[in-house]
Design a protein around this ligand. Structure first.
Ligand code: F6R
Length: 364
């Protein structure tokens, strides 16, 4: 049931404030500012390393989480795509926690990677949407993301629910490892509880994003740029766009622009820049100016402060509310998803069932 929406994807994008609120209240119960895991708990103070493995969008959730675990908990993190990890057969040092992220819980490569880690890692943890799935069953501890059934082949609400759970796990790791004071943890918890209303404000930009997508739908290639937490999200934005609109899209870390991809920039090339007004903003803006100096068309997604500083010469803007810096990947996922969605609708492609793709990849 599409609940009045034209596509499951539109419905699932719109559900995010609700399902994320559920995910948050199940790990951060009302009245408490400490993260609680279901079932047995994990003590991150007894872990020296985290290895995260997944495919596709779930892999980008892991890449995002690497920034959180390293910055908040000072825990070294390795992230890999399951198809590479399983055949590379990497050494797993002592005191490693292995973490697998999968919406379906049935992805063949991710399951094989989990089995490879079985007798080597200290603990096998998974972040899944389907609690009775193979990956959940074969983990020591499976953390549900509470997204509900996701029908659209292109993952949307599962991605942001994965991010929410991974951020709360990183906060728990930070507390366990003595890296986060109770006051700082309380600030994070308050910010998380305010996230659903910020997500609603992002969804309110739907008409602006639809207009921006109309312009994007004429492009042959699109580049996405981001730094820090916005880099994995740029990768996800490009994946979403190519999956459902079939427009060729690529993402780079902004700082990599001058190491090659800048050669692609001309007046035909839209460049989507994901840049909240954070500590890295000025650096991203200077990359953005390099694009505009070569007549590239910049679509800047930022908050009010960022837009007022840097909108000159920009082709198109989308304004996001201001949130705690840790939460930006979850919030900025909304315009990235809506951009792909409306571009696909403008092109008339099959949004919910893109060609050649399956919802669950149970063969390698
Ligand atoms: C992208 C998408 C895929 C999946 C990937 C992993 O929109 O849906 O990239 O993220 O196939 O699937 P799960 O999460 O089920 O392991």
């Amino acid at each position: 049931d599409k609940g009045g929406y034209k596509h499951f994807m539109a419905k699932e994008i719109a559900e995010q404030p609700t399902v994320i609120a559920e995910a948050i209240s199940s790990y951060l119960p009302a009245g408490s500012d400490s993260v609680q895991l279901p079932g047995e708990t994990i003590d991150f103070a007894s872990i020296d390393r985290l290895t995260m493995v997944a495919c596709g969008t779930a892999y980008y959730a892991c890449l995002t989480a690497k920034y959180w675990f390293e910055q908040l908990a000072r825990l070294p993190v390795e992230v890999d795509v399951a198809s590479e990890f399983r055949y590379r057969e990497p050494p797993i040092p002592a005191r490693t926690l292995a973490l697998f992220v999968s919406q379906s819980g049935e992805t063949a490569d991710t399951l094989a990677a989990l089995r490879y880690c079985r007798d080597k890692a200290d603990k096998i943890l998974s972040v899944v949407n389907v609690p009775e799935s193979s990956i959940a069953r074969e983990s020591d501890l499976a953390l549900p993301i509470h997204a509900g059934v996701e029908v659209g082949v292109a993952s949307t609400k599962a991605f942001t629910c994965q991010l929410s759970v991974l951020l709360m796990l990183a906060l728990k790791a930070a507390c366990d490892r003595g890296m986060l004071s109770p006051t700082a943890m309380a600030d994070h918890a308050a910010a998380l509880r305010g996230l659903p209303s910020a997500l609603n404000a992002a969804l309110d930009q739907n008409d602006t994003v639809r207009a921006a997508a109309q312009k994007l739908s004429e492009a042959r290639d699109v580049l996405f740029l981001g730094r820090g937490l916005m880099y994995p999200l740029a990768l996800e934005g490009a994946l979403k766009l190519k999956e459902i609109s079939y427009i060729h899209a690529e993402a780079y870390a902004s700082g990599e622009l001058k190491h090659g991809p800048i050669a692609l920039i001309d007046q035909q090339m839209p460049v989507v820049v994901l840049a909240p007004r954070d500590a890295l903003f000025d650096k991203t803006v200077s990359n953005m100016q390099e694009v505009m100096a070569r007549k590239g068309k910049v679509m800047l997604i930022s908050d009010a402060d960022g837009l007022s500083e840097a909108r000159d010469g920009v082709w198109s803007t989308i304004q996001m509310p201001h949130v705690h810096p840790s939460l930006t990947p979850i919030l900025y996922a909304i315009p990235a998803q809506l951009l792909a969605y409306h571009t696909a609708v403008a092109k008339g492609t099959d949004v919910d069932q893109p060609r050649n793709l399956a919802k669950s990849v149970t063969v390698e």
